[in-house]
Each structure stands twice: as C-alpha cells, then as structure tokens.
Write a protein that binds this ligand. Structure first.
Ligand code: NAP
Length: 245
C-alpha cells in the first residue's frame, strides 16, 4: 500500500503540466485529490479520469477573495488537507528585457507566483496547524537561484518562493508541518505557450531549447519529498535536464 494512501492533497494549477502530472501520481498513490485551476472546463475532465476520488475547484490563486473563501467552499469531507502542492504559476509576457515588457504583466506574474502562493498557504495552513499537521510542497525553479535574462519578474517571483519556502520550513519545523521546495530546470509543458500567448511560439521555444524535462519527472520529485518518514524533511530538490554544460 502507498505511504500516502488515504491522505487528501490540494494541488493548484492542476489543469495542465506539472500540476496535472502531480495530481495523477498522487491519485495513483491512493491520495484524494482536490485539483484547482481557473479553467474548470479543462480541469474537470482530467480530474474525472484519475483513478481515485477527486474534486475539481475553479480557483484563481491571484484572487484574494476567492482564495480566502476556499476552505469554507469545500464540501465538509474534503476540508481536512494533508498535502498542499503550491504549483500554479506563469510568466506571461516573459523573455523580454525589463523595459520592453508590460509592467502590468510583470506585476501579474508576482501576483500569481508569489501573492497567490502565499494566499493559498494562508488559507490551508491553519487547518493543518489545528489538526493533523501536513506537508506543503512549493514549485520553485532554478530561476529562483540566479538571474535569467528576459525573465526579471519570473526570476524575482521564484527567488521569493525560494525564500518563503526556506522560512516556512524553519517556522513550522517540529510542529508537524513540513515544507519542501522543488526547483526544476526547463520542463516541456504548456508554460511556454502561456508565456508567449501563442502555441506555435511555445512549441518552437522548446524545440530550440534542446533537452527538456517532462512534467512526470517533476511529479516524481514531489512524491519523493512527500513519501519521506515524518522525521525527515526534503528541503529542496533541484532537478534539471541532462544537457551538457
Ligand atoms: P503550465 O503547463 O502552464 O501549467 C500551469 C498551471 O497553472 C495550469 O494548470 C494553469 O491552469 C495554472 N494557473 C496559472 N495561473 C493560475 C492562477 N492565477 N490561478 C490558478 N491556477 C493558475 O506550467 P507548468 O510548467 O506545469 O508550471 C507549473 C509550475 O512549475 C509553475 O509554478 C512554474 O513556474 C513551475 N516551473 C515550471 C518550469 C517549466 O520549465 N515548465 C520550470 C521550473 C518551474 P489555468 O490556466 O486553468 O488556471
């Protein structure tokens, strides 16, 4: 039997890419999965196909009011969250030097990747603290470790996720709440399509990049972190494609 069997996980950004792959692996590990995303029409059929019980919730993590209501909107039997995977993220308008970009898009990236992650965590954490404890897994990025030209807002957001994850891990250590951060390099998902608001440009970006990770590679890292015994916390996993230096 899976070490995680019977637990309940909430995964943000579960309608595509890493979030969907993570929801799938969790469900295959007998975890009850609450998948959240803005596009309910895309999310629900994918959640319905997973092998175990799932719930599909329409949620914009950057919408503070909706996130504040998140827990009370869930059916009572879904309100005890053991695992939170803060995965929702984007870089709309990215891959341009700072002055060439749209400041509203840069700020939006911060709102989704940082404020959104903080708001969802603030909604879920009190229940974990009051009850059975829990495990929070944040999707950072190698862009949270150094600068990347053309991605100022995204880099800033992932540096924030890196600092937040490390700080939350320290604050809740020994209190039944573990915090892990996964920092992937390039993963082939819908991310580039969203970044450029253009599917063809997104495909071309990955083709030109070379070897990329798959969403399932990252999902396996999430599961690895979650499956450690209670006395061990995986603080960070950096996972990159095996590209020559
Ligand atoms: P993706 O394929 O574009 O999927 C992004 C997911 O986030 C979608 O399910 C999207 O669903 C959701 N989302 C976006 N904005 C949202 C919002 N405001 N509220 C709720 N959900 C939202 O991207 P991905 O590659 O899987 O990325 C997932 C995470 O991994 C992100 O945090 C990203 O920064 C990180 N990451 C990705 C890479 C990479 O190379 N792909 C590398 C390192 C880290 P809806 O559109 O339906 O809302």
């Amino acid at each position: 039997m899976s070490k995680l069997a019977g637990k309940t996980a909430l995964v943000t950004g579960a309608s595509a890419g890493i979030g969907l792959a993570t929801a799938r692996l969790l469900s295959e590990a007998d975890v009850r999965v609450i998948g959240c995303a803005r596009r309910l029409d895309v999310l629900r059929p994918q959640m319905d196909e997973l092998p175990g019980p799932t719930l599909s919730v329409q949620l914009d993590v950057a919408d503070a009011e909706s996130v504040a209501d998140l827990m009370t909107q869930l059916p009572p039997e879904w309100q005890t969250i053991d695992i939170l995977v803060n995965n929702a993220g984007s870089d709309i308008g990215g891959r341009r030097d700072f002055h060439e970009g749209d400041i509203a898009e840069w700020v939006n990236t911060i709102q989704i990747n940082v404020s959104g992650l903080m708001q969802v965590t603030a909604a879920v954490l009190p229940g974990m603290l009051a009850g059975q404890g829990g495990h929070i897994v944040n999707l950072g990025s190698v862009a949270g470790l150094s600068g990347v030209r053309g991605c100022a807002a995204y880099v800033a957001s992932k540096h924030a996720v890196h600092g937040l994850s490390d700080t939350l891990r320290q604050e809740y250590a020994g209190r039944g709440i573990r915090v892990s951060e996964i920092l992937p390099g390039m993963v082939k998902t819908e991310f580039a399509k969203t970044r450029f608001s253009d599917a063809d440009k997104g495909d071309a970006f990955y083709e030109n990049y070379g070897l990329c990770l798959e969403a399932e590679d990252i999902a396996r890292s999430v599961l690895f972190a979650l499956e450690q015994p209670p006395h061990a916390v995986v603080s960070q996993i950096v996972i990159v494609p095996d590209n020559p230096g």
